[in-house]
Design a protein around this ligand. Structure first.
Ligand SMILES: NC(=O)c1ccc[n+]([C@@H]2O[C@H](COP(=O)([O-])OP(=O)(O)OC[C@H]3O[C@@H](n4cnc5c(N)ncnc54)[C@H](O)[C@@H]3O)[C@@H](O)[C@H]2O)c1
Ligand SMILES: O=C(O)C[C@H](O)C(=O)O
Ligand SMILES: [Mn+2]
Length: 619
């Protein structure tokens, strides 16, 4: 793929991911137009139309990318509802330029919450495949199946999901491919990860979603989810195939079920650069939001009390980040720090049937006497039974009354769980209740931001998992920050890819949190949110990537050579390698002199992923 890379930048020398300069291709005429990687549609110049034999194949007026984007935006606006807009964006491949122009408006369309509807309706809306579909009944084929997406240097980043716990909407089977696709779109938009060098994957292990199993149009494996050894073997075969075929690729795990997410992360973290977004990305962004809220509310780490409502993958991921932060800030042991965190489990879960029964049986505070029923990630936060001497096992209201938390975080998938009574109980005991309803999509939020302001007379400090419009209180507007892992995973991934870090230990996540916390707007009553706005996310990603890279270098994990040590130079080095949307000139080369990529043969991932229209820009 040398035509796409290898620009000699006079300042830095060879930058592996730099993407300026002409694109070489041996394709002409219809073959060129059918190859989205090179196709510019109406934006081919007159000279290019001559050189590449395109006259007659295109209307005569030559347009700019801006004009194409304007037309696309009008088409987008004409779509009736959010899901129709999402479908349109899927078919649109100039979308990066288009989205960057309308980032705030389109973020909820291409990502949370609308993406959730697109996933739930995957088999109904399906038009064309995108990414890599692996089938647990054909494990022997994984090497071949994954082989189709380029050569060993062609993939930087893989997002994989097994579809068991998509957002808060549970098991979505093969539709999970779209969460991998959506997360990768965010990587490109928010951190300039090269879209043609990414690979979305779904591990189809069957589904326990009865609705899908009974749907004639369902596209995935129509059988119950595989568990146990067979499942583990499948995941391992996938990981080994990736390492063999794309040894440079960083693997991002997304929306795995409660019993697998943490286990898989713990298994592979010591061996390779990998990341679980629901555990680590969520933990990182939430910790940064807590740090900002503490400054505002003047809460000290040493005596802060946290109440987590929901103790699944995200809830325990957040608790781990928080207890690390308490330990670091106060010098306490991690165990002592854990005692500042209280957990209330819900009676509602999308975990598989056995868990579901268990959850219905035992809602309430996590207690040591229930140890056998807890996941390993929950155990550090279980309380001594003596800590809770009440008759019941503690509903959310009674635990709030007793614990008097400064911070209440919802990852319960239980819509409306933070009621007026509960919130007002919390507000009785602390000056500024810090409340983060994080369950996605929007309809599953534990509370609405406007209600939280109204119920606490504007004292609550709020951040939410899905985007919300500003709230009004006493004639003033307050921005509601989106506390979504999309603020952290792009920068962490950019840092991991550019440094080619061997591993991604927790210290690199801490470096990312620091970077994000640095950039949090200090509101001081100005009405700005607790976290940076999505429109600033590219700059935030650079800052996060810089910290991650520096930490990787410090720990001797970075495999990339020539990473600048100077702060400003490092930032320039990162920006130089970020992909952004703009057309590059095309250069015709002889087929025999062209590499497979320029002949339109290699890089199948990008060809397949780009649909029929172009989003080529700086490829
Ligand atoms: N804002 C963000 O960035 C972000 C990130 C990740 C997840 N989330 C949201 O958080 C919610 C939960 O996601 P998750 O990945 O943690 O799902 P999960 O399946 O791991 O957990 C779901 C819920 O079920 C409950 N539960 C599951 N098993 C249990 C058991 N054995 N005992 C008691 N309770 C049990 C948990 O309390 C948890 O609240 C979702 O709505 C998701 O969208 C938000
Ligand atoms: O996908 C999101 O919006 C955030 C998070 O990963 C989730 O599972 O809810
Ligand atoms: Mn997720």
């Amino acid at each position: 793929m040398s035509s796409a890379h290898g620009k000699k930048n006079p300042k830095f020398g060879h930058l592996p991911l730099s993407t300026s300069g002409p694109q070489e291709t041996a394709l002409t005429g219809n073959a060129l137009l059918r190859t989205p990687y090179f196709n510019k549609g109406s934006a081919f110049t007159e000279e290019e139309r001559d050189t590449f034999k395109l006259h007659g194949l295109l209307p005569s007026n030559v347009q700019s990318l801006e004009e194409q984007v304007r037309r696309a935006y009008a088409q987008y606006q004409s779509r009736q509802d959010d899901l129709a807009k999402n479908t349109f964006m899927t078919s649109m491949k100039e979308q990066n330029e288009l989205i960057l122009d309308h980032l705030k408006e389109m973020f909820p369309i291409i990502y949370t919450p609308t993406e959730g509807d697109a996933i739930a309706n995957y088999s109904r809306l399906f038009r064309k495949p995108e990414g890599c579909y692996l089938d647990i009944e054909h494990m022997d084929r994984i090497d071949d199946d994954i082989d189709q997406f380029g050569g060993k240097d062609d993939v930087d980043l893989i997002v994989v999901s097994d579809g068991e716990q998509i957002l808060g909407i549970g098991d979505q089977g093969v539709g999970a491919i779209l969460i991998s696709v959506a997360k990768l779109a965010i990587y490109t938009l928010c951190a300039g990860i090269h879209p043609a060098r990414t690979l979305p994957v779904v591990l189809d292990c069957g589904t326990n979603n009865e609705e899908l199993l009974n749907d004639d149009l369902y596209l995935g494996l129509r059988q119950k989810r595989a568990r146990g050894e067979k499942y583990d073997e499948f995941v391992d075969k996938f990981v080994q195939a990736c390492r063999k075929r794309y040894p440079k690729a960083y693997i991002h795990f997304e929306d795995f079920g409660l019993n697998n997410a943490r286990r898989i992360l713990d298994k592979y973290t010591p061996k390779m650069a990998c990341f679980n977004d629901d555990v680590q990305g969520t933990g990182a962004v939430t910790l940064a939001a807590i740090m900002a809220a503490f400054k505002e509310a003047k809460v000290e780490w040493a005596d802060a009390r946290f109440l987590m409502f929901g103790s699944g993958t995200a809830g325990t991921g957040i608790a781990d980040q928080v207890s690390d932060a308490i330990a670091q800030e106060t010098g306490k042991s991690k165990e002592e720090a854990g005692q500042q965190i209280w957990y209330v489990m819900t009676e509602h879960s999308h975990a598989h049937e056995a868990d579901l029964r268990r959850c219905f049986d035992k809602p309430g505070l996590l207690l040591k006497s229930k140890k056998d029923e807890l996941t390993p990630a929950q155990i550090p936060y279980a309380r001594e039974d003596g800590d809770w001497d009440k008759k019941d096992h503690g509903d959310l209201h009674s635990v709030i009354k007793e614990v008097k938390p400064h911070v209440l975080i919802g990852t319960s998938t239980k819509s409306g769980a933070f009621t007026k009574e509960i919130v007002q109980e919390m507000a009785k005991h602390v000056e500024r209740p810090i409340i983060f309803p994080l369950s996605n999509p929007t309809r599953l939020h534990e509370a609405k931001p406007q209600d939280l302001y109204d119920w606490t007379d504007g004292k609550a400090l709020v951040a939410t998992g899905s985007p919300f419009p500003p709230v009004k209180h006493n004639g003033k507007e307050y921005d509601i920050s989106e506390c979504n892992n999309s603020t952290t995973f792009p920068g962490i991934g950019l840092g991991a890819v550019l440094s080619r870090t061997k591993l991604l230990p927790p210290s690199l996540i801490v470096a990312a949190v620091r970077a994000l916390a640095d950039k949090a707007p200090l509101s001081n009553g100005t009405g700005s949110g607790l976290l940076p706005d999505v429109t600033d996310v590219r700059d935030i990603s650079v800052h996060i990537a810089k910290n991650v890279i520096q930490q990787a270098v410090k720990e001797d994990l970075a495999q990339e050579k020539g990473i600048p040590t100077d702060d400003a130079e490092l930032e320039e080095w990162i920006r130089e390698q970020m992909w952004d949307a703009s057309y590059r000139p095309l250069k015709l080369v002889e087929p025999e002199k062209a590499n497979a990529f320029a002949r339109g043969e290699a890089g199948a991932a990008s060809h397949q992923r780009m649909g029929s229209f172009n989003w080529t820009a700086r490829l």
